[in-house]
Design a protein around this ligand. Structure first.
Ligand SMILES: [Zn+2]
Length: 111
């Protein structure tokens, strides 16, 4: 969030969805806008074993929107809150395509 105490490197306003606290000492790789996370309780896994369902376990999935300062491209991250996997990063456009594909696969072809 942009405030009167915003760091000198933050040379642009935060997007309306940014909830991240920016600090002067933030490492350059950590200089990005980020939304308040959405969380879901899920059964998910890496899918890197046979059968892939053997990797499934209960976990909390966290979804966030982000954009690096000075970059026009927005991204969505989808990741387990407790484990290193599953984890995915998508552009906003790809996330919208994924949303449509998931709805079709779930039997909602009118979307
Ligand atoms: Zn921000």
């Amino acid at each position: 969030m942009t405030t009167d105490d915003s760091p000198t490197w933050l040379t642009e306003p935060c997007p309306s969805w940014c909830a991240r606290q920016h600090h002067e000492g933030d490492h350059p790789e950590d200089r990005f806008h980020q939304s308040t996370p959405s969380t879901i309780d899920a059964i998910a896994g890496t899918g890197d074993a046979v059968p892939l369902t053997s990797t499934l376990h209960a976990c909390e999935i966290v979804v966030r929107r982000g954009r690096h300062v000075g970059d026009a491209r927005e991204w969505l991250s989808i990741e387990s809150a407790e484990h290193p996997q599953p984890r995915m990063a998508l552009t906003a456009e790809s996330a919208q395509s994924l949303t449509r594909a998931l709805l079709i696969q779930l039997g909602h072809p009118q979307i």
